[in-house]
Design a protein around this ligand. Sequence first.
Ligand SMILES: *Cc1c(COP(=O)(O)O)cnc(C)c1O
Length: 217
Amino acid sequence: MELDDIRRRISAAEQAAGRAAGEVTLIAVSKVQPPDRVEAVLAAGHRVFGENYVQEAAGKWPAWRERFPGIQLHMIGPLQTNKLKQALELFDAIHTLDRPSLAGKLARQVQARGSCPQLFVQVNTGAEPQKAGILPDEADAFVAQCLAMDLAITGLMCIPPEGGDPVPHFRALRQMAARNGLAGLSMGMSADFETAIAQGATHIRVGSAIFGARDYR
Ligand SMILES: *Cc1c(COP(=O)(O)O)cnc(C)c1O
């Protein structure tokens, strides 16, 4: 299956970059995919998945969690504050912490629950108006603000502008993470995950290369 091919390509990219084998976490992005495709990947032993929509994830994953122990679910889509509580019940990691209002609400929920998902701050490295994420100029201050609220930040996440060279964006994200003392780098998708691994990605988010094209109808 495609998953095996992706695993091989990840290993090769880790090796080529002089990185330890298994250092990169593959997040299989299953949004909008038919259940049989996702179940095939679960049956093959993969346990780390990414979803973009709280509602969709809530409809699919509780049942799979019962059948396949050890699932780790990552939220990689924009998060509305009114969905936050539900998101915290579903997800082990959130890659899209991108604004002070969300951080404030999250900090209060985390205190109340006594547990915190793994957190990545999303940076809009291309400063694209239509895209979510904190602007690069504001990222350092936002990370500091999160830490001051006792939110443990694992790393940074970005989605480079479509159609361009992703390398400057991956590099900028790596430098931003380094100067903030953050180890995690969530970057790289189907089209560019090997490039992202060469640039230091710790978490890659791969959808269509594993499951096939998405049909949004
Ligand atoms: C959908 C999505 C992906 C996966 O994209 P592919 O090109 O199918 O690999 C990765 N990251 C985010 C944030 C996404 O929304």
